[in-house]
Design a protein around this ligand. Structure first.
Ligand code: CTP
Ligand code: MG
Length: 608
């Protein structure tokens, strides 16, 4: 076994110790104008269509108000008078009104769904490109599943609020006001009696709103938790199965699942209590109209048509009340989700290009660390006063115990993180003074745990240079000693690889990632050697491929097998964030320090 085993990105908190990111701090206001304004920006490009939907909504609302009135006119006029011709006319107007209503309601729904889907995908694209820019430190400390739930579910409810909600709010408010006004103008007395029910509705709504606020927000948090747990367990499924940990993992999932279920049941129950309450009140109101209206008709103070119109209006009155209460619930989830999405969008990439950043000129490959200190968190330094000078074309090896800081040093070269103190220079230019993309385009990274994307083998090798021809891909694969393997596959370079290279062996994944780096032909190559043991044949294939990869460029090799690095121009021994020995293999062996010790130990283990 080597002396340095472990993964590059050791997470400090670990997902299970970092639950606070399930519940990002949110304001908790039931309506947050700032959030709303911020989100409205996403609707702006579709203003014209929203205006169209708004007009369609006005027409729909107007006609909804009109139809009971037409019934009244028909009953009190032509029907009572026996005026067939007049009745025909009104029937025609009604038909026309219904056709227009049908069209306007269809247009409104179509436009709102259209805008809704656009806003949804815009928001998701924006979030995704932002996530890609966020520093690794963000991704180090946030659970993937929770981030996914932001991009999928939170954005979903926000969209409901923005597209459907906004128009519903305005439409329903107009409709409610309209109904009240029409009823008052038809018969003020009957209207006032009927509206005696309104205070009860208001109280019921206030009680509902009070509980709904926390209940519906709670469902979001529990939902994020559920997705977070699911994603993590699926990612770690191999470990779970290997340690036969299915039982307790399931238990944990069941807990999270149950909590999500309970939160949803609680929220839904509120609606289930509230909505029938509104329905009940609507019956009461209908009863009031029948009773008082009926008496008045008998007295001859109100026309029959008016009472029938009243019944229709009362019926229409409670629908928007129900809709608005549902909207309030949606708003609770959307506000909480919106705040979190905005927090995410406002998370600054910690490593930003300076406004006056220049394009990195063609790199010759001189790398210099000057008094560099660094910590992932401000107060915990993991690198102390590192000084290294690497001439163009040199191969430098970093060795040392696990957790010593080797990967951290490598991370600073491509500026995945910014130094806390000191400076990293490439060709005597401070890496903070250049545009990151222009620099990274000239660098290659073979990471400790090479990631293979789903897609074809050719696409994976082309990853760093998508324009490469298939001949160039084959040439890189040949150099990487992976051609003979690929060539034997039925689809050769077009063979589909599963996500994370699940249908490839570890050795094959490493060789493909080497081919990827060879094809990208970077000026500076950082190679975080994988520790996983492969068979002797693959091992020598990898060694051989590495030799070709390292030629003609500056390379930093984090080596776990000392055989890789005996020929390095410079070996830096890293321990506890410091470089404690520096020199060639022969020099370091003769120093009889840590390198000598590590070398002996590895040699003994190999002989074992
Ligand atoms: N670390 C951290 N946050 C990270 C990554 C690492 O706090 N996102 C810490 C680790 O806990 C470790 C130190 O930084 O104490 C150095 O880590 P690293 O550079 O990854 O160590 P390596 O020398 O690369 O270890 P290995 O050989 O195991 O890859
Ligand atoms: Mg490492």
């Amino acid at each position: 076994m080597g002396f340095s085993i472990g993964s590059a990105g050791v997470r400090t908190g670990g997902p299970r110790g970092n639950l606070e990111s399930y519940a990002d701090k949110v304001d908790g206001k039931s309506f947050n104008l700032k959030v709303f304004k911020y989100l409205l920006v996403f609707v702006k490009p579709y203003t014209l269509r929203m205006v169209g939907a708004f007009i369609a909504m006005l027409v729909t609302t107007g006609l909804t108000l009109l139809s009971p009135f037409l019934v009244k006119v028909a009953i009190d006029g032509p029907i009572i008078e026996g005026d067939i011709e007049g009745l025909n006319e009104i029937a025609l107007v009604m038909l026309l009104a219904f056709v227009v209503l049908y069209l306007s309601s269809m247009t409104q729904r179509y436009l709102l769904s259209w805008v809704g889907q656009k806003v949804l995908s815009d928001l998701r694209s924006k979030l995704f490109s932002h996530l890609q820019k966020l520093p690794l430190s963000y991704h180090d400390t946030h659970i993937i599943g929770v981030t996914i739930s932001r991009v999928i579910s939170d954005v979903g409810v926000i969209n409901q609020l923005l597209s459907q909600g906004l128009i519903t709010l305005i439409g329903d408010s107009i409709l409610l006001t309209g109904i009240i006004l029409v009823m008052l103008s038809l018969n003020a007395q009957l209207a006032v009696v009927t509206f005696a029910i309104i205070p009860v509705i208001v109280i019921a709504t206030m009680i509902f709103a009070k509980y709904a606020k926390t209940a519906f927000r709670n469902t979001r948090a529990k939902n994020a938790h559920l997705i977070g747990d699911l994603a993590e367990n699926l990612t770690g499924i191999r470990v779970i199965q290997a340690f036969a940990n299915e039982g307790s993992t399931s238990e944990r999932f069941d807990e999270v699942n149950a909590a999500n279920r309970d939160a949803n049941i609680e929220a839904i129950s509120l609606s289930f209590i509230f909505l029938p309450t509104v329905e009940f009140l609507s019956m009461v109101a209908t009863g009031i109209v029948l009773l008082f209206g009926g008496i008045s008709v008998a007295n001859g103070t109100i026309s029959l048509g008016t009472v029938i119109a009243f019944l229709a209006y009362v019926n229409r009155f409670f629908l928007p009340v129900q809709e608005l209460s549902q909207l309030y619930a949606t708003m609770q989830t959307a506000m909480a989700g919106g705040e979190r999405v905005i927090n995410l969008l406002n998370t600054e990439p910690a490593v930003n290009d300076k406004p006056d950043a220049i394009d990195m000129p063609t790199i010759t490959g001189h790398i210099k660390f000057k008094n560099v200190s660094f910590g992932y968190k401000d107060h915990v330094k993991v690198l102390h006063n590192i000084n290294v000078d690497i001439a163009p074309g040199q191969m430098v090896a970093l060795v040392g115990p696990t957790g010593a800081g080797k990967t951290s040093i490598a991370n600073l070269i491509a500026r995945f993180y910014d130094v806390t103190d000191g400076t990293v220079y490439i060709d005597d230019i401070d890496v903070r003074d250049v545009k990151q993309i222009s620099m990274r385009q000239q660098m290659g990274l073979v990471s400790q745990d090479p990631f293979i994307f789903s897609g074809t083998i050719a696409d994976n090798i082309r990853f760093g240079r998508p324009s490469a021809s298939i001949d160039e891909v084959v040439r890189a694969a040949e150099l990487a000693n992976v051609h003979s393997f690929v060539d034997k596959l039925p689809d050769s370079y077009n063979a589909e690889i599963l996500e994370d290279g699940a249908n490839l062996s570890v050795g094959q994944r490493q060789l493909i990632s080497i081919a990827r780096a060879i094809l990208a032909d970077p000026r500076i190559l950082v190679m975080d050697e994988a520790t996983s043991s492969v068979d002797m044949v693959t091992e020598s294939l990898i060694q051989d491929a590495l030799k070709k990869l390292l030629a003609n460029r500056t390379s930093i090799v984090i080596a776990h097998r000392l055989s890789t690095i005996v020929n390095a121009d410079q070996i830096c021994v890293v321990q506890a964030g410091k470089i404690i020995e520096q020199g060639t293999h022969t020099e370091l062996i003769s120093q009889r320090g840590l390198y000598h010790e590590l070398h002996d130990r590895q040699f003994v283990e190999l002989v074992d």
